[in-house]
Design a protein around this ligand. Structure first.
Ligand code: DGP
Length: 455
């Protein structure tokens, strides 16, 4: 994957660059929301709402994944492609896990929504969906933060997203995923050597669509191509944050043209352009995780919490901090559920278990912050206890195995060397993310089982 960043006009002038700055981070972080479920909020759990949206004399089918929590949520409208076989539901769910509401519609005449399908109708439907999110009654009902509404779209939906954002100056930004520049299709339709293939391309997508045909859609493109020009639209929305994602084996050349048009039109410091290109097809078949990560990282500018990437870490080298929680635990200043203790080593339950029964093993005598500082003697004492804890987890909890994790700098939050001993359920992946605190009663009961099985 290659990533390019072009800052807003002001920043570009300051930096003295006329072209985008290649600022590819060597290892772009994967936000936690891509790989891990958030804790359930019992008072305001995540939910799904189904409803219809009035547009063009009909009511089209719509739904919203509601984020948990009672704060007003940033909200993303996701507009599907032509006809929308690729639903991108994994992306919608990941964005919801990141704390966003995510709404979807089916354009009139598509996938069971009433009415006749057309590009003009789809434009109006996208705009109506955005208006629905702005309606004060819906803002209250679905806990929407109207100042942070972003419109995303895939393929034809990319066009519709740009159209909806252009029509609403208050929309916070747009995400165009391998967007289709519909108007550009005219060139193929009017070329006698390409018309047949272009018509076939339209025809194979019409089965889920009502009230239309390849010929009708071709005529609409030919007669309204100026209105369906996505380069012009991209320029119009360049006053706001814009994320363009192109698929190298499909629409990347189009995305690069849209980026050029947006870059040229940038007329506001708020208009930041972010481009990402992925080595995949139009459905992002090989890059679903990368797609989700890219979108959620970008959404972080509107809501930093949503792009959280777990424990970023602490410096590898620093003086020992006597106030760190494990130093306090050794001094008896913080309560723990103890599993094992001898003159040098203490094993106790992690209060935020990656898996029930997660134990931490620490030295009571060494001030090593990490593996680079500990003596081989101290380390061997720790590992001997870690092995016994692992055996006790297998015997006491009935798990199939255990995994040892030991973070140094990156991923480390407590600056006192500790060995994680994590019970493993066969076939269940271990997530390297910041876990929510567990229920103390359950942790205490698990500790008793492990303690009882220690040999
Ligand atoms: P690491 O991210 O590798 O530094 O792991 C630190 C772990 O320690 C993390 O899983 C949460 C846990 N932890 C942090 N503070 C406390 C505490 O005060 N008590 C207990 N029981 N666990 C703690």
């Amino acid at each position: 994957m290659t990533r390019l960043f072009a800052a807003g006009l002001a920043a570009l002038m300051l930096a003295g660059f006329a072209t985008p700055v290649d600022a590819e981070p060597r290892f772009a972080p994967i936000p936690q929301a891509v790989v891990a479920d958030p804790a359930r909020d019992p008072a305001h759990p995540a939910d799904m709402a189904v409803f219809t949206v009035p547009t063009g004399g009909v009511r089209v089918n719509a739904m919203m994944y509601l984020a948990s929590g009672d704060r007003p949520h940033p909200t993303m409208l996701m507009l599907h492609g032509f006809p929308g076989n690729e639903t991108n539901i994994d992306l919608m769910q990941a964005v919801r896990r990141a704390g966003w509401n995510v709404m979807r519609i089916n354009y009139r005449g598509s996938w069971g929504s009433p009415g006749k399908f057309s590009f003009a109708g789809s434009r109006a439907d996208g705009e109506a969906a955005l208006a629905f999110l702005r309606d004060p009654a819906n803002v209250a009902k679905y806990r929407i933060d109207p100042s942070r509404i972003v419109v995303a779209g895939h393929s034809m939906g990319g066009f519709m997203a740009a159209d909806a954002v252009a029509a609403d100056p208050k929309a916070a930004g747009a995400i165009l995923i391998d967007a289709w520049d519909i108007g550009k299709q005219k060139a193929d339709l009017v070329d006698p050597t390409k018309r047949k293939a272009a018509l076939e391309g339209l025809r194979e997508n019409t089965p889920p669509l009502a009230g239309t045909s390849a010929e009708l859609l071709a005529r609409e493109i030919e007669t309204t191509s100026a209105k369906l020009d996505l380069e012009a639209l991209s320029a119009r929305i360049a006053d706001r944050p814009l994320l363009l994602i192109g698929a190298e084996h499909a629409g990347a050349p189009t995305t690069r043209k849209l980026a050029a048009a947006a870059r040229q039109a940038q007329n506001s410091p708020k208009g930041t352009l972010t481009e990402a290109y992925m080595d995949t097809d139009h459905s992002f078949s090989d890059s679903r995780i990368a797609l989700e990560a890219e979108v959620i990282r970008w959404l972080g500018q509107f809501d930093p919490a949503s792009a959280k990437v777990g424990t970023p870490g602490i410096p590898l080298k620093a003086a020992y901090d006597e106030t760190n929680p494990f130093a306090r635990i050794i001094r008896g200043e913080l309560p723990i559920f103890k599993v094992y203790e001898d003159d040098q080593v203490l094993a106790f339950m992690d209060y935020a278990p990656a898996e029930p029964g997660h134990v931490l093993v620490i030295s009571k005598t060494s001030k090593a912050r990490n593996l680079l500082e500990i003596s081989p003697q101290d380390l061997s004492r720790l590992m001997a206890v870690a092995a016994r804890v692992g055996q006790a987890q297998v015997d006491g909890l009935g798990v199939a195995g255990f995994t040892i994790v030991q973070n140094n700098g990156v991923g480390q939050s407590v600056p006192h060397l500790h060995i994680h001993v994590i019970p493993r359920v066969a076939g269940k992946p271990l997530m390297f993310v910041e876990n929510a605190k567990g229920d103390p009663k359950e942790i205490e009961a698990t500790a008793a089982k492990i303690r009882g099985a220690m040999k």
